[in-house]
Design a protein around this ligand. Structure first.
Ligand code: MG
Length: 337
């Protein structure tokens, strides 16, 4: 097996603002794994929230020696080796996991969802994300998102009610709300969620910082709205503890090292009676299509990372009026443009 990689700057349509950060360009690393004339594609979308950057991804990939593995089907052995090279670095590990799965699907001539026994018509509806902005820009974005039936609204600064109020003047669509750890005091979080309960909001995601576990537990006993963990959940081993404070989890390939661990997390979360969302960073069609292969198993899809950019280097899963639409293409189902 040969491994190569290239940095690629994804350009956002609008500056993407959440409670802790904003960005106009999202750099990713596209990985290629080649053997027997077949190339598997993978992607790392590093996030500083999880201590990664383009530089840490490249430094990690430089440590990886895949040439010593003759058989890409040996996922357990290869990914065990990759995970053991260093802690964290989850998006770098994910890039290799996706590329290996893509290669295997292509070698067998089947899409991954088929290999896993899933039905492609059972993909869930996907939300479309509206970042934090002024009332005018929010109104413009909501109108641009007319074709998408579910909106995911970023909040967590001091204009939450203005954001939601502006949207509610335009549409009565289902809203999902994500505070990205923005509410630091439990009383504030309680007051905002109580207010959201009257606004046709399906759930609240990560209302408070991940470190404030006991505050979130306190909050959960006082509200009716489901509380979903995002920044609090990284990998499989986090789930049993989180089940005590959250109603569901937002699994992201970039946090959990890829589709192999994501699949384990989905089954573990089901066993813990938790709702399951699959989310994303700002990513190209490579990582989005890989995650979409798992989506027939989940409750909520938040896989619009590549809908928010203008220069996706790949074609892959289609988002048709919010419905994730998988193809019959092998592997993760992507083609370079
Ligand atoms: Mg989130």
């Amino acid at each position: 097996m040969k491994l190569s990689w290239k940095k690629y700057d994804l350009q956002l349509k609008h500056v993407f603002r959440i409670a802790r950060s904003e960005e106009a360009i999202a750099p990713v690393i596209i990985v290629e794994l080649t053997q027997d004339g077949i190339t598997g594609y993978g992607e790392a979308a590093p996030s500083p929230r999880y201590h990664e950057s383009v530089n840490t991804v490249i430094a990690f990939l430089q440590k990886v020696d895949v040439e010593k593995f003759a058989d890409p089907f040996s996922l357990e052995e290869i990914l065990g080796y990759i995970d053991g090279l260093a802690g964290e670095n989850t998006s770098a590990k994910c890039a290799i996991d996706i590329a290996l799965h893509d290669w295997i699907g292509k070698k067998l001539g089947v899409p991954l969802y088929k290999l896993w026994g899933l039905e492609k018509t059972k993909t869930p509806m996907c939300s479309f994300t509206i970042g934090i902005d002024t009332a005018d820009v929010v109104a413009k974005k909501v109108r641009e998102a007319e074709e998408y039936p579910i909106l995911k609204i970023k909040v967590g600064l001091d204009n939450d009610k203005e954001m939601i109020g502006t949207i509610r003047k335009i549409t009565d669509k289902v809203l999902r709300v994500d505070a990205n750890e923005g509410w630091k005091k439990k009383e504030l979080a309680l007051e905002r969620i109580k207010w959201l309960q009257d606004q046709n909001v399906e759930f609240i995601e990560q209302p408070m910082p991940a470190a404030q576990f006991d505050d979130i537990k306190w909050l959960r006993d006082k509200v009716d709205m489901p509380i979903i963990a995002d920044e609090s959940v990284i990998r499989l081993s986090d789930l049993p503890t989180l089940a005590q404070a959250y109603d569901g989890v937002n699994i992201k390939l970039m946090k959990c090292t890829g589709v192999r661990e994501a699949l384990r997390m989905i089954h573990a979360a089901r066993a813990l009676n938790m709702k399951i969302m699959i989310g994303c960073m700002i990513e190209s069609a490579v990582a989005i299509s890989a995650a979409a292969q798992l989506s027939p198993l989940i409750d909520y899809a938040d896989l619009d990372g590549n809908v928010l950019i203008t220069n996706d280097p790949f074609d892959g899963v289609r988002n048709i009026k919010g419905k994730l639409t998988l193809s019959d293409k092998a592997g993760i189902g992507v083609t370079p443009r």
